[in-house]
Design a protein around this ligand. Structure first.
Ligand SMILES: *Cc1c(COP(=O)(O)O)cnc(C)c1O
Length: 518
């Protein structure tokens, strides 16, 4: 199969010899080689000039610092340049397609930013009197309404700060519900083999023991094996839908019914909600709790590890146990329910996940996204995301091994294995060579059920031209890996850093910077 590459041509393999000439300075083209901030400047320089203090004696006693503090000393322009140079070595969703599967890296509309920066949202303080933040509370309340509506659930806890934090919130609600029923002895959570690592980690962290449920050959949960394991010691299941093989779990309703009949609860990992938003309501599938990654489905930025936002929607059965606070609408406006008191109908709440109310900036961005798309627009998000992923899958299934290509259309992500690469070549060689071709690598070696997995999630925000460019690059790299091109083993050749010795880095990590002069 050939793809119209819209005039784009892959770099010729000959260009990739790794034999790039060293420069006098170590700098390359307009990219300056950047040292650690501790290695530049000196401690006598600062970016800020303080007036001498009017000190009348120290109250620190024997806590007074005796040695130099060792902070880097840079002037303001040196500081600005340092971080700007570092930022140029980064890849970002604003630079190009970000194919990470399971991550839903999509365009963050600028309108979201404009709204989040309005003074009434960006300048509020969590301890402000409630009557001065009515607008902010209304945003939280409206977003909560849309999240409950889109998922077909009963309530939502807005405060969890990321997907994994939301998982913990949901599992703690399950724990509280079981304890209330006098069934705190149910200690087993069943997790499919293909689950994201956060699922078993969450269950273990909350004090449960985790048991694996196998997958069928077509990449879905083995429903029969799951049902066979249900019993009086099982607290519940954690299932991702669509799952991490990019497939829809068609049996989820049937699984939920069986889990409920056996006295357990169903946690759904909703990180992949982007593929079904506006089309499927998890509440209709019997889900009891599910986190929603606002920083995936609802386009708020992933921002270098934070802040995320992971609200958790609950079924009627788990709603009484949801964590505080809640925003409620009253005759006079909006109020915050902050205490577990019986009059407020939250007597059974398991407590709190965070000190305050969650990520205001992310709430504002997500609500802006939802309102600017509308119901039809959100539905189209899911449809286009699935269409794009299937385009990637079908364009590359004859080049790379695609283990579930026969299981029908994929959902939001396409999965390939390292099955047909040349002897000695693996997924990492393909990923590193993609860096030289200008693309951030796809998710590698996950999910674990696929050998040398390459998980590609293009999302709906990529155009056909962008997809063709990416597909062309991945195909060219894959063909070279199949042909055993040795230059791939040392890629990347053009990145700020060449291939790292990852084994050494993992075995002997250098985690603390030490002043060589000291
Ligand atoms: C991203 C993701 C998570 C965790 O979400 P964070 O916000 O990164 O904590 C959990 N499960 C799946 C399937 C994910 O893709």
């Amino acid at each position: 199969m050939t793809i119209n590459q819209s005039g784009w041509k892959p770099t010729s393999p000959e260009a990739n010899t790794g034999d790039v000439q060293a420069t006098f300075t170590g700098n390359r083209a307009l990219m300056l080689e950047e040292k650690l901030i501790f290695e530049i400047g000196d401690s006598e320089t600062t970016g800020v000039d303080f007036a001498d203090g009017d000190v009348s004696g120290s109250r620190l006693g024997n806590l007074t610092r005796k040695d130099p503090i060792g902070l880097p000393g840079l002037s303001e322009p040196e500081t600005v340049r340092h971080y700007t140079r570092l930022s140029r070595q980064n890849y970002a969703i604003d630079l190009g397609l970000f194919p990470l599967g399971s991550c839903t890296m999509k365009h963050n509309p600028r309108l979201n930013e404009k709204m989040a920066r309005l003074g009434g949202f960006s300048d509020v303080h969590p301890l402000q009197p409630v009557d001065t933040v009515q607008g902010a509370l209304e945003v939280i309340h409206q977003l909560a309404h849309w999240l409950v509506t889109l998922t077909g659930m009963t309530s939502v806890a807005m405060s969890p700060k990321a997907g994994a934090h939301g998982e913990l919130c949901g599992i703690l609600a399950i724990k509280a519900a079981l304890e209330k029923r006098g069934e705190g002895h149910r200690k087993v959570i069943l997790v499919p083999e293909s689950a994201h690592g956060t699922n078993p980690a969450t269950a273990a962290f909350a004090g449960f023991s985790v048991e694996d449920i196998p997958a069928t050959a077509d990449g879905r949960v083995d429903t029969a094996a799951l049902k066979a394991r249900l019993g009086p010691d099982v607290a519940g299941v954690m299932i991702t839908n669509p799952n991490t093989c990019g497939l829809f779990e068609r049996d989820l309703k049937d699984i939920s019914d069986a889990v409920h009949a056996a006295g357990g609860y169903v946690y759904c990992d909703g990180a992949n909600f982007n593929a079904i938003v506006g089309r499927v309501r998890p509440g209709d599938l019997g889900v009891d709790a599910m986190h929603i990654n606002l920083h995936k489905t609802f386009s708020t930025p992933h921002g270098g590890g934070g802040p995320g936002s992971g609200p958790v929607v609950f079924s009627e059965a788990l709603t009484p146990f949801a964590p505080l606070p809640f925003v409620e609408k009253t005759g006079e406006g909006f109020r915050l329910v902050e205490e577990e008191n019986a009059d407020d109908h939250h007597a059974d709440s398991f407590g709190r996940m965070v000190a305050f109310h969650g990520q205001m900036g992310m709430f504002t961005r997500a609500l802006t996204y939802i309102l600017s798309h509308g119901a039809d627009g959100l539905r189209q998000v899911a449809e286009d995301a699935v269409l794009n992923a299937n385009y990637v899958l079908r364009s590359l299934e004859n080049t790379l091994d695609a283990p579930f290509a026969k299981s029908g259309p994929c959902m939001h992500e396409a999965i390939f294995s390292d099955e047909n690469l040349a002897e000695g070549f693996s997924t990492i060689d393909v990923a590193k060579a993609l860096i030289d071709e200008g693309f951030h690598p796809m998710t590698m070696y996950f999910p674990l059920v696929v050998h040398g997995a390459m998980l590609v999630e293009p999302t709906e925000t990529e155009s056909k031209a962008a997809l063709d460019q990416f597909i062309g690059a991945l195909r060219s790299v894959a063909e070279r890996a199949k042909a055993g091109d040795p230059s791939l083993k040392t890629a990347p050749h053009f990145a700020p850093r060449a291939r790292l010795d990852e084994t050494l880095a993992a075995r002997k990590p250098v985690l603390v910077w030490k002043d060589k002069a000291a």
